[in-house]
Design a protein around this ligand. Structure first.
Ligand SMILES: Nc1ncnc2c1ncn2[C@@H]1O[C@H](COP(=O)(O)OP(=O)(O)O)[C@@H](O)[C@H]1O
Ligand SMILES: [Mg+2]
Length: 600
């Protein structure tokens, strides 16, 4: 599991939630208006007991039916006003807050697209998914509800207490006694709930990851009869999550119990005391009615504090989780710069010997590799001349895929530099770099859209059907025209409705459709049969005539496509030459090419 978990203990919920301000700022006026409306609505409710008092001490005591009806009318109007005001509040916040949520989600998505591959290597996709969905929903709910109501209820409680004290200060003090233990409970609850809420949200992320993997890997799961063990793993994660949720429920039950019971006891005591006072003639019946109905009207604001705090805590956790992803530096940021190595101040004009693709003393180690391990690529010096195609050969795990990923800057070199026509790739904008360099990977990734759109992804916008057909022809992917709807046929999720070789050929077509200056192919023909491979090679040879290409290869037939071959071994380019030269002069190469064992 990636190191995405933070310790929440020392972090204050308020500080986390303050980070939401930039998103909330645009809607602050609305939120504030809504809060004021809610405060007015809530205090309207508190006027009702005062009308009751007037009713009991006035018309009821005087046996005046017309006065009673009038009082009832007042009560009805107050009730309607309260309801309408709360309705207005809801109307005020609903739309702006869904915009806040949508904006944050869009930002997260945009950020995830810009984060380097190294980040995605580290983070489980389910963790990202749950941050973009559940966590943001929690945030919207927090802004809509607890944020306003902690304020509204706080004000209501203060106003209510003031009214009660004004009615009868002794009864008022009796009702206030539980405030101290209730506050203490809230503080303790906050700390405990924060930890459990974080655990629950992380576990949702783990669960999402497992579901996603087993859906994407359904062929392996079925093929190896692993559905039982997958189900067991799922059950275990569910049981963990259930345990955490029950823990949350227990904490809520405790605070709820305290928050409900203590005030009820106090109200009961006040009732007894008040009745005695009324019997002694020290207090009017109307005042007691007003006092008690105020106390009862405050029950909801007080009781709701428990779950409002719980929701706020969850929202604070969600904010932390959201910003953990957002705080990661995107490509091109400080983390995108090479760690060591001299930087040329300005790109020099291309001199002939600099033209082409050049690796200069390139070292690379994965950021998450063991600290004492040697770099995977120790000293790569390689020059691929313009228009030349270079095959890259090496044992499995020697770092061929890694080396190819350095060219489009999917990973950053640890030191040394890579130049295209003499220009350091770190000195050119990424868009320009990725326009110049086209890539195809051994594992071809297709998106759930049409075949044509998948291929045209590799070309500038507006590339026409001619180029599409040409690219499909080069990659020997004419099968696309025979699909039910031709190139407009939609491929299933990840293109799994196609064969591995078909997917590879579409990925290859995508690499060549934009007529790139530089082509980097990581074993793009591995899933093709020998005849198709030969046909693709013949077509590729024509393309490669004016393209500078680096091609990872395994079979002699693919190697023969290239002008020269480089052997990657022990983190270095151990030898460069033609296939025949290396075959004669390099034992390791001869062994790799001998076919005695599958080098992959
Ligand atoms: N994202 C990664 N993080 C850490 N190590 C990696 C990562 N990807 C590959 N490696 C390691 O780098 C080594 C070389 O991998 P790779 O470049 O894929 O080799 P090849 O393509 O030559 O078979 C392997 O030992 C692999 O474990
Ligand atoms: Mg590889």
């Amino acid at each position: 599991m990636p190191t995405t978990r933070a310790t929440t203990q020392d972090r204050s919920a308020v500080r986390s939630l303050l980070r939401l301000w930039p998103y909330v700022r645009p809607v602050r006026a609305r939120l504030l208006t809504a809060a004021l409306v809610a405060i007015v609505a809530s205090c309207t409710g508190l006027v009702i007991p005062l009308v009751l008092k007037w009713l009991v001490d006035g018309p009821v005591a005087d046996r005046d039916p017309a006065g009673v009806w009038l009082g009832a009318l007042y009560l009805l109007l107050l009730g309607i006003a309260e309801a309408v005001l709360f309705g207005i509040r809801r109307w005020l916040v609903a739309r702006p807050l869904s915009r806040v949520e949508a904006g944050m989600r869009a930002d997260l998505y945009r950020h995830l697209q810009r984060l380097p591959v190294a980040f995605h290597d580290r983070w489980a996709s389910g963790q990202l998914l749950s941050r973009g969905t559940t966590d943001l929903m929690l945030l919207r709910m927090f802004l809509a509800f607890p944020l306003t109501f902690l304020l509204v209820n706080g004000v209501t409680i203060l106003v209510g207490v003031a009214i009660m004290l004004a009615q009868d200060w002794l009864l008022g003090l009796v009702v206030l006694v539980p405030a101290v233990p209730v506050l203490w409970t809230c503080v303790v609850f906050e700390g405990r709930y924060a930890r459990v809420a974080r655990r629950a949200q992380d576990q949702v992320g783990d669960l999402t990851t497992l579901v996603e993997e087993s859906v994407l890997g359904i062929r392996v799961v079925k093929g190896f009869g692993r559905h039982r063990s997958q189900a067991r793993a799922f059950d275990a994660l569910c049981a963990d999550l259930r345990g955490t949720e029950l823990h949350k429920a227990r904490l809520l039950a405790t605070i709820w119990g305290v928050i409900v019971t203590l005030p009820e006891l106090a109200i009961g005591a006040a009732l007894v005391l008040g009745v005695i006072q009324v019997a002694d003639g020290d207090l009017s019946a109307g005042t007691l009615v007003a006092f008690l109905s105020t106390a009862l009207a405050l029950r909801w604001p007080v009781e709701s504090i428990g779950f409002l705090l719980a929701m706020s805590q969850e929202a604070a956790t969600a904010t932390e989780r959201y910003f953990e992803a957002m705080d990661e530096a995107p490509e091109g940021g400080p983390a995108g710069e090479p760690a060591v190595g001299p930087r040329e101040p300005a790109p020099e004009p291309a001199v002939l010997q600099d033209a082409g693709l050049r690796f200069e003393n390139v070292r690379f180690r994965y950021p998450d590799a063991a600290p004492d391990s040697p770099p995977l690529l120790q000293h790569i010096d390689l020059h691929i001349r313009p228009g030349e195609s270079m095959a890259l050969v090496g044992a499995t795990g020697s770092g061929k895929t890694t080396l190819t990923a350095l060219v489009p800057r999917l990973h950053e070199v640890t030191s040394g530099r890579i130049t295209l026509n003499g220009v350091d790739i770190t000195a050119m904008p990424r868009e320009e770099l990725r326009e110049k360099v086209a890539v195809a990977f051994e594992e071809p990734t297709l998106f759930s859209t049409t075949v044509g759109e998948n291929v045209l992804m590799g070309a500038p916008d507006g590339t026409g059907a001619d180029d599409l057909d040409r690219a499909l022809a080069i990659a020997r992917a004419e099968f696309a025209h025979a699909l039910p709807e031709g190139t407009a046929t939609r491929v299933g999720e990840q293109g799994l409705s196609l064969s591995g070789g078909q997917r590879q050929r579409l990925a290859l077509a995508r690499a060549v459709v934009g007529r790139p200056e530089f082509l980097v192919l990581d074993d793009p023909l591995s899933a093709l049969d020998v005849h198709t491979e030969a046909a693709v090679e013949a077509a590729l040879r024509r393309v490669l005539a004016d393209t500078t290409a680096l091609i990872v290869a395994h079979r002699p037939s693919t190697v023969l496509l290239a002008d020269r071959v480089a052997l990657l071994s022990g983190g270095r380019i151990a030898a460069v030459g033609t296939h025949q030269e290396l075959l004669r002069g390099n034992a390791e190469y001869a062994h790799l090419m001998s076919g005695e064992e599958d080098p992959r």
